[in-house]
Design a protein. Structure first.
Length: 388
């Protein structure tokens, strides 16, 4: 039996915090329903108290969502919570996400406060939010660097105050997968009442470990993952939705988890997010990068043409990638050239292929990539039978 992991998408909130990626209400109204169609369970739409524009965006997008929970962020401040609740008034499934920093660094430098006072503020915020909505998620900011015993005390207290979800953010992307997994396990084993709520990961990517940490969290008891499309987010970003979802899918037999993500829509939504935010996806980005399924070296192409499983662990079509993935460069071999020529209607025998390959290498040494129009203009005319 698979266990369900809930996908909490924060592209519109943490993702939007990337400099230059700010979204208008109209843009959030395009992306929100697209993310819901992708199958996310919870959509963090924004931080309503941060600006009138974000208040409006949360209100408008939450009206559009049919199945996903609409979530709004707030600090552990009554005014923030009032505004979040107001913005969520039309949501079918509203959730207030409130919280406070629990690491000694946050307590001392951000709040100039004490552990006791921060615990009191956490409890008060959750109780206050419960006055507006049933579903209240508590975040312990910088949990990744918080003292574990103290973190557990805070979590136990906010469960008693009515929290339904406990978010354990590795805000600074500091943890190693084992450390983060251990933290979640310890919480699962030592916090009274934890089995009546959902524990969530929220991992940042400062050391490139956000996906690994999120998966480790799930393996140790978390059942919600907070993530963003294309891994967007503060600084080096958040755990990438597409990576977490595909790790859980590709390792379903060993791990036994499932999500509601419609995998075939991943590429389309990734492109929509990238275009709407004006943030290109790096070419070698796992799952959604331009080169994620491209094969350029002769050795790899030869294996791939014989059998895809030699160099592909994911069928590109499973994430909605269409078209060929054999890229022709000066490192490509005869088989790949023959394959591409065949695909554009120019099958060649071995003798002709040798001639074609010599010409191909001349072109390829001058260019980064040889595309179909190069073949059509420079190689196909060498063989009269061809019709492209
Ligand atoms: O990274 C973080 O700690 C956050 C919280 C506001 C949830 O984004
Ligand atoms: Zn964050």
């Amino acid at each position: 039996m698979s266990q369900r992991v809930y996908i909490f998408d924060t592209t519109l909130r943490d993702g939007e915090q990337v400099p230059g990626c700010k979204l208008t209400t109209a843009e959030k109204k395009i992306l929100g329903p697209a993310l819901e169609d992708l199958g996310v369970d919870i959509l963090e739409i924004g931080f309503p108290h941060s600006s009138p524009g974000d208040f409006e965006a949360v209100q408008e997008v939450s009206k559009l969502l049919k199945t996903a929970t609409s979530c709004a962020l707030s600090r552990a401040i009554q005014k923030d919570i009032d505004v979040a609740a107001d913005a969520l008034q039309y949501a079918k499934r509203p959730r207030i996400h409130t919280g406070i920093g629990t690491s000694d660094s946050h307590i001392k430098y951000k709040f100039n406060s004490t552990r006791e006072k921060v615990l009191e503020r956490a409890v008060a915020a959750v109780k206050y939010a419960k006055g507006f909505v049933e579903d209240v998620e508590f975040y312990a900011e910088d949990a990744g660097r918080s003292d574990l015993e103290y973190l557990c005390q805070v979590l136990e207290a906010v469960i008693k105050a009515g929290a339904t979800v406990l978010n354990i953010p590795d805000t600074t992307g500091y943890c190693l997968p084992d450390m983060y997994g251990h933290k979640i396990k310890y919480i699962m084993e030592n916090v009274a009442g934890v089995h009546n709520v959902i524990v969530s990961t929220h991992c940042h990517n400062d050391l490139g470990l956000a996906t690994a940490n999120s998966v480790s969290g799930v393996q140790n008891g978390a059942r919600q993952v907070e993530c963003t499309m294309n891994g967007l987010g503060e600084r080096a970003g958040n755990a990438a939705l597409e990576e977490v979802a595909m790790v859980l899918r590709q390792h379903h037999h060993e791990l036994g988890f499932e999500t509601g993500i419609q995998y075939k829509k991943i590429t389309e939504v990734s492109r929509l997010v990238s275009e709407t935010m004006g943030m290109p996806v790096q070419a070698n980005k796992a799952i959604v990068g331009r080169n994620a399924f491209a094969h350029s070296s002769g050795i790899h192409q030869d294996g791939l043409i014989k059998n895809r499983s030699t160099y592909e662990i994911i069928d590109p079509a499973d994430v909605g990638v269409e078209g060929h993935n054999i890229v022709l460069t000066a490192r490509s071999g005869r088989r790949a050239l023959a394959y591409r020529l065949d695909q554009i209607g120019c099958p060649l025998n071995d003798v002709d292929l040798n001639r074609a390959y010599s010409k191909f290498l001349e072109i390829a040494d001058q260019k980064k990539e040889v595309v179909d129009t190069d073949l059509a203009q420079e190689i196909v005319p060498m063989f009269e039978k061809v019709n492209v």
